[in-house]
Design a protein around this ligand. Structure first.
Ligand SMILES: [Zn+2]
Length: 438
């Protein structure tokens, strides 16, 4: 047997009452998983034939893990800070005074707690924009979730507004940690177009393109931000400015995009850019409702995200999964503005593509075996008429129905308990550290 055949040989077979493949349910289905953590075969168990893999009859509905396209998870230590303030004041008065005191150890405990919170909710991948990137990677390595980490670049935090080698630091961090096949990808996290100068952003874009790395940036979150960028940089919108300086020639993920104009959306769509849609955070901070249906029509890749937990205030992506179609329909006065199937894509494969992962978010051969089990033997999923199952999953689904989670075929949650993080310990640490930051 060649090495390739050995890798593709299934070592585990998960058998469920149903399996969600795309937006179709396969009843009495099974998934064969190889030693490298990728899916080999999916289908009705009867069609898969005998196997010498270890067979686990787990029942329930097996579906892809959810993907969080925009988060600042170590903020669990400042959860719910600054409620009721508009975005800029929320940052400067509510969040940054506490967050600024955070040590690398604090960030690691915050990330560990948040990783457990996500895994327990069935969120298997997260795209993080944060400082303390070493701590973020270390926590995720222990927790076992999948990560795209985009270390933050913030001019406002530098005394002279200069970046002082920060970009070189991230290039070195990329060389040390970028390993998508081993669950960690590295990009760049320039904070925003109002924080960094066009010259600084040009440099970030150039360096990111050399590495084919993702640039993850806050984009048109509030109306004030939109007007500020236009006033500050020669009357160009944030998107036009990104096009001018070549940033859109590389891989770009804009967070929010609430105030994008039609022409900005066309530019982003033509450039193959992505937007992380964070409806809960946008509503909590009074930022507005993003034009998601129009973004999709313009060819933008869209994923949903929680944003940080000071503006959410949890990492339960099922809330975004439900709110995204509800808000799209309410905003456009159109019950067809977003289907349940599209919403599900935004929370799985769409979000994965938005953050630069093309082998995550579907239960199909070749994809990573990031799988969650949903207990569908629940009033919320009854009667379970075939034609209505997907709708029930999106609109009645919830983190509380997630019972088991696998990342790359490895169990990380079993029977609603996190196997990789001591949650009581992480909560105790977060309590002590969160109070100290205050
Ligand atoms: Zn954010």
């Amino acid at each position: 047997m060649t090495e390739e055949q050995a890798e593709a040989r299934p070592v585990t077979r998960l058998v469920g009452d149903a399996i969600l493949v795309g937006s179709d349910f396969i009843d009495h289905g099974a998934i064969d998983i190889a030693a490298d953590g990728r899916i080999v075969t999916v289908g009705p168990e009867a069609d898969l034939g005998p196997t010498d893999a270890s067979v686990e009859r787990v029942g329930g509905l097996l579906m892809p893990g959810l993907v969080n396209a925009h988060a600042h998870t170590p903020m669990t230590l400042v959860r719910s800070a600054g409620d009721g303030l508009p975005l800029q004041q929320w940052l400067t008065d509510g969040v940054w005074p506490r967050e600024g005191k955070m040590s690398s150890d604090d960030a690691e405990w915050g990330m560990r707690l948040g990783s457990a919170e996500m895994l327990l909710a069935g969120v298997t991948t997260t795209c993080e924009m944060y400082l303390h990137e070493d701590a973020v990677v270390s926590a995720v390595r222990a927790a076992g979730n999948r990560l795209v980490v985009t270390p933050g670049i913030i001019a406002a935090l530098a005394p002279n507004g200069k970046l002082d080698g920060r970009i070189d630091e991230i290039v070195a961090f990329h060389a040390a940690h970028h390993a998508p096949a081993d669950r960690v990808s590295v990009g760049f996290g320039p904070h925003s177009l109002y924080d960094l100068s066009p010259e600084q952003l040009t440099e970030v874009g150039d360096r990111a393109r050399e590495l084919d790395a993702l640039v993850h940036i806050h984009l048109e979150e509030t109306k004030t931000e939109r007007d500020d960028v236009i006033g500050k940089w020669t009357g160009r919108s944030a998107t036009e400015l990104m096009a001018d300086i070549g940033l859109l020639d590389g891989r770009v993920l804009g967070a929010h995009g609430v105030w994008l104009s039609d022409s900005d959306q066309r530019l982003l769509g033509e450039a193959g850019a992505a937007i992380a849609h964070c409806p809960v955070s946008n509503l909590k901070l009074g930022s507005g409702i993003a034009p998601v249906a129009s973004m999709l029509a313009n060819g933008i890749t869209v994923g949903i995200g929680t944003d940080g937990v000071a503006s959410n205030d949890d990492l339960d992506l099922w809330e975004e999964l439900k709110l995204a179609p509800l808000l799209a329909r309410g905003r456009d006065l159109d019950a067809q503005a977003m289907s349940a199937a599209t919403a599900l894509e935004l929370g799985t494969v769409g979000a994965a593509r938005a953050i630069g992962l093309d082998d995550v978010g579907l239960l199909e051969p070749g994809y990573h075996a990031d799988i969650i089990r949903i207990d569908t033997d629940q009033p919320a999923f009854t009667p379970g008429i075939d034609a209505d199952r997907l709708t029930s999953l999106v609109f009645a689904g919830s983190a509380r129905f997630v019972t088991d989670v696998w990342v790359a075929g490895q169990p990380v949650v079993a029977d609603r308990a996190c196997l990789t993080v001591d949650v009581d310990e992480a909560m105790a640490e977060a309590r002590t550290r969160g109070h100290r930051l205050l």
